[in-house]
Design a protein around this ligand. Sequence first.
Ligand code: NAP
Length: 282
Amino acid sequence: MKYAILGGYGLLGKAFQEVLQQSGKAFTAFSKQDLDIRDVADLGRLLPGFDVIINCAAYTDVKGAEIEQKTAYEVNVEGPRNLAAYTRSGPKLIHISSDYVFGGANQSRPYQENDDPDPLNIYGKTKALGEIAVLEENPAALVWRTSWLFSYTGQSFVQKILQQIEQKKEVSVVEDQVGRPTFAQDLAEAVLGLEDASGIFHFANKEPVSRYQFAEAIWLAAKNASISLRCKKMHSVKTKPTDVVRPSYSVLSTQKYAKLAKTPRSWKKPLEITMQKLFSLC
Ligand SMILES: NC(=O)c1ccc[n+]([C@@H]2O[C@H](COP(=O)([O-])OP(=O)(O)OC[C@H]3O[C@@H](n4cnc5c(N)ncnc54)[C@H](OP(=O)(O)O)[C@@H]3O)[C@@H](O)[C@H]2O)c1
């Protein structure tokens, strides 16, 4: 089996590289410069010979998407549609989507795979349309929704909070967004363990938290790792009305995955691992 990782040098793409490498599987990681998923000619030229195509490529800048709407649409909807059309006649397509397809208003239980998307911002809307495009073009494709990715292999909320607590005496973090942090390597392992499935699946680590609670855990993990920090106080605040609107609650249910595989572990141990790796790399 030969795997292609598209968007292969982003946060999740690098985690897939690591997990495939560890399991001794043959893969090629493509950057945007190598292969642009918007370019059908690139797909025809570079993808023949691969058995599994993992699409980690996406326009992921939530704020930027509000301005660069056309680019976000092309990368998150048209690109996945191209891949689905290309893979209809052969290779397996695994496409990654997001908890931002949901909005969280009046939601009191974790979102299941068959709940209706109700995205709030352009990024979420394009991710929701991307899922539809993929499954319309290729019903055998596999779509994984995930949330709040972190790892030592890219830029995430963990690195953002670390930078702030290293540099600032007081740090403010929103408490009105709740979700499930997900270690990118755990997601990659889950996806590769169920690669023959099709349709939509959710994967996220256990234990929903607010952004503020997750930031507090990052602060504690950094203190435990004896990292030199300036931060003395962390404030919980409300999302500013001027910020891009984000889901207040985007907790994904992972029961469907757990029935076929296992209950995901908590994000706490992976957070420790991330901290250790980040500081052993300095
Ligand atoms: N990060 C999260 O918290 C999170 C949460 C839920 C779901 N997801 C989903 O998880 C997937 C992976 O996200 P990530 O966090 O790894 O994002 P990332 O670090 O931003 O990686 C995305 C990669 O896609 C590449 N890319 C952008 N446009 C492309 C194009 N037209 N053709 C080919 N490659 C292109 C980017 O390259 P450049 O950097 O060169 O532009 C980047 O390397 C995405 O589908 C995202 O929507 C992420």
